[in-house]
Design a binder for this molecule. Sequence first.
Ligand code: SAH
Ligand code: SF4
Ligand code: F3S
Length: 474
Amino acid sequence: MDLLEIENKTHNEVRQGEAYVSIDDSQNVYKKYFYIESYGCAMNFSDTEIVASILNSNGYGATKNVEDAELIFVNTCSIREKAEATVRKRLTEFRKLKEANKNVLVGVLGCMAERLKTKLLEEEKLVDMVVGPDSYRSLPALIARAETGHKAVDVLLSREETYADISPIRLDSNGVSAFVSIMRGCNNMCSFCVVPFTRGRERSRDAHSIVAEATELFNKGYKEITLLGQNVDSYHWHDEQKHQFISFAKLLEQVALISKDLRIRFSTSHPKDITDEVLYTMSKYENVCNHIHFPLQSGSTRLLQLMNRTYSKEWYLAKIDKIKEILPNCSITADIITGFCTETEEDHKETLSVMEYCKYDMSYMYFYSERPGTLAAKRFEDDVPLDVKKRRLQEVVDMQGIQSTASNLRDIGRVFKVLIEGKSKKSDLDWSGRSEQNKSVVFPKGDYPYQKGDFVMVKVTDCTRATLLGEIVG
Ligand code: SAH
Ligand code: SF4
Ligand code: F3S
């Protein structure tokens, strides 16, 4: 993987900038068609499905062709400068459409809307609506205002909004796996991070509504759900009827009990908060996948302190040991930032050595991008030169390449339970799916009667850098 490729990837590699398939609208007459694109993390993608649901129940139909839409929305990400630049570039591409049809309205949703607020209207003249992540219920009213020729802005953050009652419309779905948001916001204030400012205070969603949504998905034929939150380990909800406190481990158990045939994943875990109870719940329920996304950020305790991650290198490594002890087959993936303020070669080497120790199966790696308004931007100088940040990133990428290859080679000869997600991109004769460990597995369909959405046992016979290759063994 080279640097350019990394730059083009967003966290969790969520379908960046894709257009979504329209829902069946043959029976309906819509007020207008909307087109929506999503950038950034899985939570943004999940929010886009909520937005689609709100718009649809207010009489708007989804289209995957931007040319057919009179409402164009972009759900945006602010995590790094590059993420915002991508959106700005995309916005300029809508200019022609607006010129061709005076009724076209453009709305910026999500984190960039929240970060820049009305400034976005000054900077991007073609934008008609600016809507923060907690204001999606106001969208119909905002559209109505924009239709009268006025700019419409709602960027109020909420302490309560979880959209618990809204049943998301599954966009661009493979019909097999879906995201379920379990909480919003973040209280952690990692010094490099813009999320607490764009998403507001942390709040947990009603556990009943989560279990109900997961059950409904299962009943509709979905086989895998991913529970989403910036820090799932701090999920907490009080069940007033049963006088019960629901922790993340309890929630995980409740969702796991829906059916043995429903796979459960979750993201993201925070090293300071993950509990042994979560690890034991994972080991108790076979359908909770053996995979933990466990962001490191840096291997230097000094830097972790400056980052306000509130754990040390030793704490992190002890957690890794615990995961490996309780869940010997668990894959571990990470997020890593190079070139954070004051990072020395020594600090960087510590990151590399922690990577070597942890043997991550995969990582998302970035160089530090200063975000206005964050604690780091206020307190520290962004003093590592760009070429140094990039060189260190390349070293981290190379180290991960070695670890990923070694991890894949270790899998050769092993048998994994794979959920078939669809045909392989390269050949109609092959299936593509994922193992519990979240590795992509490609294998010939053979004469077996398997379908998309089936679980199948696959023996790994070979690998490429990013994919396991295998054959069905039952
Ligand atoms: N809530 C998750 C991460 C959310 S953001 C967690 O706490 O781990 C996803 C990743 O983007 C982060 O883990 C971090 O590695 C990266 N990131 C966040 N802010 C960044 C910045 N200013 N520059 C570079 N990378 C950043
Ligand atoms: Fe950002 Fe830290 Fe919250 Fe993750 S835990 S979203 S990195 S502030
Ligand atoms: Fe996600 Fe980007 Fe916002 S990572 S929470 S969309 S800043």
